[in-house]
Design a protein around this ligand. Sequence first.
Ligand code: BES
Ligand code: MN
Ligand code: ZN
Length: 503
Amino acid sequence: MDIKISNSLIQAVSADAILVSLYEGVDISSGATGAVDMALNGAVSELVNAKDVRGKLNETAILYSRGVMPAQRVIVVGLGKIEDISLDRIRQAAAAGAKKARELGCKTIASCVFGASSMDISSAAQSMVEGTLLGLYRWRKNHTSPVEREDVDSLTLVESNAQKIEAVESGISTGQSVASGVYCARDLVNQSPNNMTPAALAESAQNMANEAGIKCTVHDLEWIRSQNMNAYLSVAQGSANPPKFIEMEYNGSDEPPLVFVGKGITFDTGGISLKGADGMEDMRSDMSGAAAVIGAFKAIAKLKLPVHLVGLIAACENMPSGTAYRPADVVRARNGKTIEIINTDAEGRMTLADALSYAAEFKPKAVIDLATLTGACVTALGQNVAAGYFANDDSLAQKVNEASNASGEKLWRLPLYVEYYEKIKTDYADIKNSGGAGSGVGSSAVFLEEFTSYPWTHWDIAGMALDKIGSTPLYPHTHPPHVTRGATGFGVRALVSFAREWK
Ligand code: BES
Ligand code: MN
Ligand code: ZN
C-alpha cells in the first residue's frame, strides 16, 4: 500500500473516501471535521445532533459529498472521549476507518492525522500508519477464491500546516517500518506447519536478513551437537524435520549487544505427553516468539536504529515418535545442568535453556526472550489481554514497561519468587522441566532463569500470539481493529520501542 503526504486541506483532497475524526460530546465546529462539515453544509452536525453517531471509539458513519467536495464520501470515525485520547486509540480508530473504507470498496483514502491537536504529531502519524496497515492485513496465501473487496491502494495523510510536514513524514516512515515487521511476523505464524518447518523458518530469517542487510547464520544439527545443546536436541529428536539454530546480528553500534531470543517450535504436539485434539491446530503459533524476533529485526534494520542486536532462535518441532524424548529422561543442558523430563509438552523451556546459555557468549548488556510458553500465563492474565513478563533486574523491567506503554502492547510484570524454584526440584537431576499441576507460570520462568547470567527479561506471549475472534464491535478492547484474526505479530512493536529507547 502506498502512503503519501499532502500539504493541503482535507476538504480539497480527491479520494474515494476521506476520514474525519469525531470526539464524543465535543463541538465539531473547529478543525478538519468542522471544515468538512461546513463543506457538506452541516451534514456532519446533523449526524451528530440526531445522535446517529456519538463519536464512540471506533464507531463509523458514512456521508456522501454529492459533488460539493472532490472526495466521493466521508467516513466519520469515533475517537472516544477527548480526555482518553492516546496513541493506541489513534491506531485503533485509523484501523477502524481503513477497514470501513475497504468494506465499501474504496481504493484511495485520505485522512488528517487523528488526535494531532493533543499528541506529538509525528507519533500520531506513526499510529495512523500502523493502524491502517495492521488493520488491513489479510492472510490469503492458501485461498484460491478471489477476495470480495480488493486491497486499498493508497492512504494520503493530509496536513495543512507546512511546518508540520516533516514531522508527519518521519512518523509515516517509522509506522511503515514497524508495520512491515509486524506483517513479517504475522506471515510467518500464519503459515501452516507442514510448510513452516524449522528449515523453512531458517530460510525465511535468511531471506529477511539478506534483504535488510543483516548477518544471519543458520546452524545445523552437527553444530548444535558440537555446542552440547542437549536440552534443545532432546525436543528435536522426535521429529523427522531436523532442527535449525538461527543466529542473526544487526550492527547499528559497537556496544556489547542486546540479545533477542525467540521460542521457535514450528509445531507443538506435546510429544509423548501428547496434547488433546481440541485446538491443537493453534500450536502452529508456537514459533510466535521467533517470528516476533525476526519481524523486529526487519523493522529495526529499516529504521537504522543505532543498536547492536543479536537474535537467537533454537527452532525445532515437538513430535511423538519412536525417537522422541520421554518423561523420566535426564539430559545435560549446554551449561552443564541436568534436567529431568516430567512432561514432554514443557518443550519450549528446554529449547530456550540452551539458547539462553549460548546468549552469554555475546557478553550481552541485556537479553529478552519471547515465548508462547505456558497456558498458565493465559489463565493468569487472560486471552488477548496482556503478555506476562519476568525480569531479574528492576531497571530492565522499567524499560520493558516503557516499551509496553510506548507501543501499546500490554506487558504485565510477574514475580520470580523462590517458592517457584522449589517446585522444579527433583530427586533425579538438578531440576525438572515442569513444576506440575498448579505450579503456575512462575515455575517456567525460574526454570529459564537457571540458564541466564546477565540482565534478563522473559516475555510469555502465549495468550497474545493468536486472535481467535477478530475485531467486532462487541469486543472493542480484547480485539482492537488493528489486530486481525489469526497471527497478531505481538511483540514486534514492543521490541522496536524497546530498541528505540535503548542506550
Ligand atoms: N506451547 C505451549 C503453551 C501454549 C499454550 C501456547 C496455549 C499457546 C497457547 C507449551 O509448550 C506448553 O505446552 N506448555 C504446557 C506446560 C506444562 C506441560 C508444564 C502448558 O502450559 O500446559
Ligand atoms: Mn508444549
Ligand atoms: Zn510449546
